[in-house]
Design a binder for this molecule. Sequence first.
Ligand SMILES: Nc1ncnc2c1ncn2[C@@H]1O[C@H](COP(=O)(O)OP(=O)(O)OP(=O)(O)O)[C@@H](O)[C@H]1O
Ligand SMILES: [Mg+2]
Length: 582
Amino acid sequence: MKIEKRIYRRLLSYAAPYKGRIALSMLASLGVAASDGAVAKLVEPFIDRIVIAQDFELAKLVPFMVVALALFKGTSRYIQEYFINTSGQLAIQDIRNQLFSHSMSLSMRFYASNAAGTLISRTLNDVNLMQAAVSKVLVSVLRESTTLLALTGIAFYTDWRMAAMAFVVIPVAVVPAAIIGKRIKKFSRRGQSAMGQVTMALEQAFSGIKVVKAFATEEHETEKFIAENASFYRFIRKTFKYSALSAPVMEFLTSIGIAVVLWYGLNRVMADEMTQGQLFSVLAAILLMYTPLKRLTKVNNTVQQALGGAERVFEILDEELEIVDAQAALTLSRCRGAVSFEAVSFSYETEPVINELNLQVATGEVIALVGPSGAGKSTIAGLICRFYDPSEGRILIDGHDIRTLTKRSLHDNLALVDQETFLFNATISDNICYGSSGATEAEILAAAEKAFADDFIREMPEGYQTLIGDRGARLSGGQRQRLCIARAILRNAPILLLDEATSALDTESEAMVQQALANLMRDRTTFVIAHRLSTIKHADRILVLEQGTVKETGTHRQLMEMDGLYRRLHDMQFKDPEPLCD
Ligand SMILES: Nc1ncnc2c1ncn2[C@@H]1O[C@H](COP(=O)(O)OP(=O)(O)OP(=O)(O)O)[C@@H](O)[C@H]1O
Ligand SMILES: [Mg+2]
């Protein structure tokens, strides 16, 4: 209960900026309550003075009263709903934006352990659930409870004995409603995580469609999806069961209440203790309570669902940012590009991936990282990018520990071509200038030319304005890589990180791109990671890594003479029937 209160209070804090709208809406909801109260109250003179005493002067007013009341109630309701829905939507928009921006800042470690599907489901479904709590509830509760209050007042004022009788009976309906609400919450919570599973299955299947087709697992994926859907249905069915139950149960219990009250009231009229008008007035008040009461119990369900959603959203918002700017972080202007590793050790989990790495790289040097798969090459590139912080030791750029620099300025000095090419579903031009927003068309063109991408881009139906599909699906692997290289070239950063940047190119275009990169590397510091050793032959220094430890360092020639791991890797490639090494 305490936790729920805290979540709810936090949820409401998002509504605070829209106080004005909400207040207006609340005011209007008082209008709605007043009109319902007036209806119940007017029943008494209507019966006693018009129907029974036949006061026809008064009767003439009735149609006008009906229309006026309806108009007043309608206007109040309109104002109420419009302003509360807009403020709810605005608050929810804030939450969604905050959630997204927070997610963007979360560490790679977080993304390694949280599926994209779950995150999508939280940003969409869970946030939607929360909307109800912020908007509907705030004012529904006020509208319905003031209506109830007004009706209760009328009932007691008219005949307190009969009203008291009604109030002994009505609470009977509240208890089962509360039980039902609890159940709904439980199942909605599980239903939401089941929905996350469905989203995840979708996301995985669509983004991995090629693998699915290549391995002919369409049926398997479909079965998996059907199973996820079925398990979602099992949860949602229970939610439906209880939410469908709530109205009939309420209605039934209310009818018992009405029967008892009616019987009691009729007895009082027959004993001349109250007038017919008073009887109908109290009855009208009680009947008019039905709708707000029903809504209130529904509100309870909505609140429960919303709290479930809010809990999951806040969980992410509370996820601490692992990589943040230090308090007085330095802004690194264009650096010279001296990079050094001082006794850097790192592990993703418990297993050490980098062991005591020491490395001094001078401005303009080209350092190649080679070694078997899983040796830790990409990890080193990731550490320079500060995707993760070292567990021990430090990494310096121009003598500054990168943890003391602003992330923004650190990244302005880096250009990464990752092993996994990623392109956005946008135009070629937009993809190239991603991260270099000020670039001119001429600069984009020049970068594409240097990456040997210009030719194929010009052959595309709409040239630089061609949309390349999800993740660049409409391009070949090598074309995608060349776009990523162009993107890095355009960035014009003093430190280049090339992780298997040319692995998907044929030997000829690789040689050409290499040539372009060599021009680019001239006055920058470059880290090149490659399995194809021909790519790194001309590096100033080659680091041979194995299980996170530097086994050998030297130039190509020195390493060949050393006759160690490098030589072995080299000879293996050399024996390859394809002339990979020249
Ligand atoms: N996010 C992660 N969480 C846990 N372990 C990871 C993560 N990323 C990589 N690893 C592990 O760290 C080790 C080094 O991985 P890394 O990606 O640096 O290898 P690599 O040398 O780049 O290999 P490859 O040549 O295949 O690209 C591997 O054993 C890998 O299993
Ligand atoms: Mg790698």
